[in-house]
Design a protein around this ligand. Structure first.
Ligand code: C2E
Ligand code: MG
Ligand code: MG
Ligand code: MG
Length: 273
């Protein structure tokens, strides 16, 4: 119950660091059971397309509300799942829920797409493509209703990178679209773009938050929008919370916006389209 500081005196770990370690271990331990018991949930956030002046897509986010742990949000959950391997099960679960919804909405209501966040790491699994196609078949959801958002959090080995890009290209051939999420904050944007079939970028909310207060941010965002356009990509701004942010982004030429100003993530039952 402590760390030897070298001076022969035992220093105890703070109660807070114990709690963090403990919570992480509990999440790691309970996740599989939670998945099997269907305790995870999916919420959806609208994305507003400027040109058509309507919501054309909903992005899916995983949620887990545990009796003991309370809400376990993705920023906490996903890194643990990436480490223990359950990221594949989470990805499959979220995709199945979202694809079922997209198929239903398109059949009964109007054309609308769904976006699913997937860890690029999921694509290092050689059966990722098959797993995605199986779920689309099972849910009777055309691949063209689906967008997969990936982030640039990792560097990969050459072999892994090959598996990722081959599977992504094959899925793109089937009609799945790929989005580079959190654009501007990762470390490999341009490299990803060189090798991966990306057709859409999402400017990270970090930049949107200081858009109106920092002239430099405005220049950066303007540069990202121009870059996206020069690459014939669809450009989205995420984390748009105010009318002022919406108005300036529209003027700057983004294709779509997402954020609390348009709507917060909610469960499927709370969406009317
Ligand atoms: P992301 O894909 O960039 O999603 C945006 C995050 O910002 C979401 O947080 C969303 O709830 C939140 N957000 C939306 N609008 C606003 C706004 O106007 N202001 C602010 N401050 N925040 C806003 P969330 O749901 O906690 O997810 C965090 C990240 O975790 C996501 O970032 C995504 O990278 C990852 N993630 C979420 N669900 C999944 C999943 O099912 N699978 C995987 N692999 N990753 C996921
Ligand atoms: Mg996303
Ligand atoms: Mg993002
Ligand atoms: Mg993010």
């Amino acid at each position: 119950e402590g760390i030897d500081n070298g001076g022969g005196k035992i220093v105890s770990l703070s109660a807070a660091s114990h709690q963090v370690l403990n919570r992480r271990a509990i999440i790691d331990h309970k996740l599989l059971t939670a998945l099997n018991r269907n305790d995870l949930q999916v919420v959806y956030q609208p994305q507003f397309d400027i040109k058509s002046d309507e919501v054309t897509l909903f992005e899916a986010f995983v949620r887990w509300n545990d009796d003991e742990l309370g809400y376990v949000m993705p920023d906490e959950l996903i890194p643990i799942a990436e480490e223990n391997g359950l990221i594949h099960e989470i990805g499959a679960f979220v995709l199945e829920e979202a694809a079922t919804l997209a198929a239903d909405w398109n059949a009964r209501k109007r054309p609308v797409k769904v976006a699913i966040n997937s860890s690029a790491r999921e694509f290092t699994n050689p059966s990722m493509k098959e797993s995605v196609l199986d779920i689309l078949e099972k849910t009777e959801c055309p691949a063209t209703y689906i967008q997969l958002e990936i982030t640039e959090k990792f560097a990969f080995q050459a072999e892994e990178e090959k598996s990722i890009s081959i599977q992504m290209k094959e899925l793109q051939d089937e009609g799945v679209e790929f989005v580079l999420d959190d654009f501007g904050t990762g470390f490999a944007s341009f490299r990803y773009m060189q090798h991966l079939p990306i057709s859409k970028i999402k400017i990270d909310k970090l930049f949107i938050q200081s858009l109106l207060t920092q002239p430099k941010t405005q220049q950066l965002v303007d540069g990202m929008i121009q870059f996206g356009k020069s690459m014939s990509m669809y450009v989205v701004a995420e984390g748009v919370e105010t009318k002022e942010q919406f108005d300036i982004l529209k003027k700057m030429g983004v294709d779509a916006v997402q954020g609390y100003y348009i709507g917060a993530p909610v469960t499927a039952e709370d969406i009317s389209i």
